[in-house]
Design a protein around this ligand. Structure first.
Ligand SMILES: [Fe+2]
Length: 187
């Protein structure tokens, strides 16, 4: 059974891998993302989503540079299914939607797409490219649309080398709160 400790262990034990061609590790990226969420007074569920949004990258055996080889690792779906064991929609839906949110923002704001990092542009194309107008309308109607967009902005910013952050243990409290505010459906 998945536990909060297991989530933290996974980040601790496997988070030293490179974050998809960016100048930070998976753990540094996760901690920066959670710090940005906390700094904007996000709810515990959204802080948990920020910390765990890329956990899917740690669950598959694909190489860090999979996108450069033309492979979409579908980490948002993998992470979402994994986290559903422990959390409800308020956590898992922003995780699942953080990739569509990039496709949405790229369609809505050309200046957003222009500032994406090189690896992010490569993965954008593998993930379906910019959204059509119909896809954007449907995306805006999703219940967790706004949280997914907020998470996406933190995700894009959380790539600063050597940036000091709170330690992983700091976020245990947010994960505990998030699991109690948004328990998994089967409970
Ligand atoms: Fe990310």
């Amino acid at each position: 059974m998945l536990t909060i400790n297991r989530c933290l262990e996974l980040l601790h034990d496997r988070g030293d891998s490179e974050y998809g061609g960016e100048p930070v590790t998976q753990l540094e990226h996760a901690l920066q993302c959670a710090m940005l969420a906390e700094g904007e007074h996000a709810s515990p569920t959204l802080i948990a989503a920020a910390l765990l949004h890329d956990v899917g990258h740690l669950l598959h055996g694909l190489p860090d540079d999979a996108p450069d080889q033309g492979i979409d690792d579908a980490h948002e779906e993998l992470g979402c299914r994994f986290l559903r064991q422990l959390f409800g929609d308020a956590v898992v839906e922003p995780v699942r939607l953080h990739v569509p949110a990039k496709r949405y923002l790229s369609a809505k704001y050309p200046e957003y797409r222009a500032q994406l990092s090189g690896p992010s542009v490569v993965s954008l194309e593998l993930q379906g490219g910019v959204m059509s107008n119909e896809e954007m309308d449907a995306f805006e109607r999703l219940p967790h649309f706004e949280d997914a967009v907020r998470l996406r902005h933190w995700d894009d910013a959380a790539k600063i080398p050597e940036l000091p952050t709170p330690p992983l243990e700091h976020y245990a409290q947010h994960l505990i709160q998030a699991a109690s505010l948004a328990p998994p459906h089967h409970v």
